[in-house]
Design a protein around this ligand. Structure first.
Ligand SMILES: CC(=O)N[C@H](C=O)[C@@H](O)[C@H](O)[C@H](O)COP(=O)(O)O
Length: 221
């Protein structure tokens, strides 16, 4: 049982270190605005942001803890990283659910079962493809998200979201599938739900005004 309903919108409130919005204060305000508008949960990065958002909203927080090299496993790569955001108030933890080796040497199954056993928290596996989704589910993930599709291969990141992966995983896994990554319009959000997503996580298109400004300017460049 998830702490948010089906066919719903989760807002990702994250800002990179170079953004003027970086930090717990701005992210808590973003999360509060999303809550007032109807978001059912917040995805947030790092214990400081998670703690501030937990004080600002009533919504469940999907905590992540990005650390390490962007070429490798960086979304909550270790059990210790997961523990930090759980202690800060995350109701669920999202972590790298690809088949790549993890920096602390644990397998994905070991990391997930330790989170279940030690903290009683549900785990969302951020995967990059169909095989990884199957493996993550077999490793004990409670939810599987398409977050890393398009980000782990050699080529450029596509413009469009991977709705096809949502449909394939939703038809196979027997657990909630979350659409995440490059859902930039309400129409794509709806397409994700119609493809079988339990919910969609939307970040950039809602909480990154710098990227939104650039997108408008590109239309006339
Ligand atoms: C690949 C990666 O590191 N994704 C991150 C995961 O937390 C975030 O940078 C994304 O903003 C998030 O997934 C939401 O996606 P979008 O911002 O496209 O709506």
């Amino acid at each position: 049982m998830l702490p948010f309903p089906a066919r719903s919108l989760v807002v990702s409130c994250q800002a990179t270190a170079t953004s003027p919005l970086h930090g717990p204060g701005p992210m808590a305000m973003m999360a509060r605005a999303a809550e007032l508008a109807g978001a059912v949960a917040i995805r947030a990065n790092g214990p400081a942001d998670v703690a501030a958002i937990a004080r600002a909203v009533q919504l469940p927080i999907i905590g992540i803890n990005k650390t390490g090299d962007r070429d490798g496993v960086y979304i909550t790569p270790t059990l210790a990283a997961a523990a930090e955001v759980i202690r800060a108030g995350a109701a669920l933890v999202a972590l790298d659910g690809t088949t790549r080796p993890r920096p602390d040497g644990l397998t994905l199954a070991e990391q997930i079962s330790a989170i279940h056993d030690e903290y009683g928290v549900q785990v969302m596996a951020d995967v990059d493809g169909y095989e990884a989704g199957i493996a993550a589910r077999e490793s004990g993930a409670d939810l599987v998200a398409t977050t890393l599709s398009g980000y782990t291969g050699p080529g450029p990141v596509p413009d469009e979201p991977d709705v096809e992966l949502v449909a394939k995983l939703a038809a196979t896994l027997g657990c909630p599938v979350i659409a995440e990554g490059r859902y930039t319009t309400p129409e794509l959000f709806r397409a994700a739900l119609d493809a079988g997503a339990y919910a969609a996580v939307i970040g950039t298109a809602i909480t990154n005004p710098g990227a939104i400004t650039q997108r408008f300017l590109r239309a006339v460049a």
